[in-house]
Design a protein around this ligand. Structure first.
Ligand code: KIV
Ligand code: ZN
Length: 386
């Protein structure tokens, strides 16, 4: 039987921290319901101590959503944990996500503290959170830059204190994929009772390695991944949910399953983009406008013969109706002929197609993209001249 990977979506917490992406409570409920339909296991609904609006949103999302675990963030501070617990009171399945920075940079510059003191605070926070809920996730902030030996001590101690999930964030997006994978493996091999908790990844994308790092984490034993829709999040963002879901769907040899209904990926991506006013880059993997668009002649010819030549995913699997053959100056005759045909033009006369193609190339050099109206105009002009 394949292993199960839990999808923890933090679009409404890490994603919503992005300047300009703030949502009101009604919009957050809309996103939370879409995430439930998408099949995520955990929704991080907010950071309740941060503002009354966030507190209220966690309450309303808890009421609106049934199946996923609702998670609230807190620092390793009793007051934060009290407020998180209060905000979660209506959740059917609830989790408190508490933690503290464990890298020397955080210990020294943020907390002016020591490793021993931080370890004590981590344990105290987990024990305190367990008074309110059975499901407590601990995050070792900046674990990516934390010394492995010390990290293992912290992880072991918080599991002993009752953490059910331990999050190993690459907060600064610094790790190389192999290094991050080794970190997870190190923990799996050196922490007593590691199997009592689920190890989670939470990778940022500062150097464009978030997805690669997350995947390495999974291949080395992590069984929860923290992700966002469209990869939004602090600075360069977080790991994209859609990338991880589709990697696992496309690479059956990995033999790890998620609960994601991939056909809901595209509508969810559009919803988040429009509510957050955050455009998606056209070449974004899986959900970008060009992700299933073929524009060069060689590629178009291949795709028209058999889509498997240049497509590793079926667009329908991510909720997109079909691929698109974009007509540009780099397009070939096969693509033009195909477009003429779907626009109802008779293409049985090859000489006629040749003539239209000549005119098409002249026009395409003047335009970024040749539209259906242009194609019909070229075909009409050709007919009229005969
Ligand atoms: O990036 C990070 O370390 C975080 C934690 C609060 C989990 O977002
Ligand atoms: Zn983060």
């Amino acid at each position: 039987m394949s292993d199960r990977l839990f999808i923890f979506d933090t679009t409404l917490r890490d994603g919503e921290q992005v300047p300009g992406c703030q949502l009101n409570t009604v919009e957050k409920i809309q996103v939370a319901k879409a995430l439930e339909q998408l099949g995520v296991d955990v929704i991080e609904a907010g950071f309740p101590i941060s503002s009354p609006g966030d507190f209220n949103s966690v309450i309303e999302i808890s009421k609106a959503v049934t199946w996923p675990v609702i998670c609230a963030l807190s620092r390793a501070v009793q007051r934060d944990i009290d407020v998180a617990a209060e905000a979660l009171k209506y959740a059917k399945h609830k989790r408190i996500h508490t933690g503290i920075g464990t890298s020397d940079e955080h210990i020294k510059f943020k907390f002016n503290s020591t490793r021993e003191e931080i370890l004590e605070r981590a344990v105290a926070a987990v024990k305190y959170a367990r008074r309110f809920v059975d499901d407590v996730e601990f995050y070792a902030e900046d674990a990516g830059r934390t010394d492995n030996e010390y990290l293992a001590r912290v992880v072991e101690a918080v599991i002993k204190a009752g953490a059910t999930v331990v999050n190993i964030p690459d907060t600064t997006g610094y790790c190389l994929p192999e290094e991050f994978g080794q970190k997870i493996r190190y923990l799996k091999e050196h922490v007593d009772n590691i199997d009592r908790a689920i190890i989670s990844t939470h990778c940022h994308n500062d150097l464009g390695m978030a997805t690669a790092n997350t995947l390495e984490g999974v291949l080395n034993g992590a069984r929860q991944v923290e992700v966002t829709i469209n990869g939004i999040g602090e600075r360069a963002g977080n790991t994209s949910l859609e990338e991880i879901a589709m990697i696992l769907k496309c690479h059956k040899s990995i033999d790890i399953e998620t609960n994601i209904n991939t056909q809901k990926i595209y509508p969810t991506s559009r919803l988040v983009s429009s509510l957050m006013n955050m455009p998606i880059q056209p070449n974004k993997a899986v959900v970008g406008r060009n992700a299933f668009a073929h524009s060069s002649g060689i590629h178009q010819d291949g795709v028209l013969k058999n889509v498997q030549t240049y497509e590793i995913m079926d667009p329908k699997d991510v909720g997109i109706d079909d691929n698109s053959i974009v007509l540009t100056a780099r397009s070939g005759r096969a693509a033009l002929k195909h477009r003429l045909h779907i626009n109802g033009v008779d293409v049985s006369d090859e000489e006629k197609v040749d003539k239209i193609y000549e005119k098409f190339l002249a026009l395409a050099d003047l335009k970024k993209e040749v539209s259906d109206a242009d194609v019909l105009m070229l075909a009409g002009a050709d007919t009229a001249e005969q």
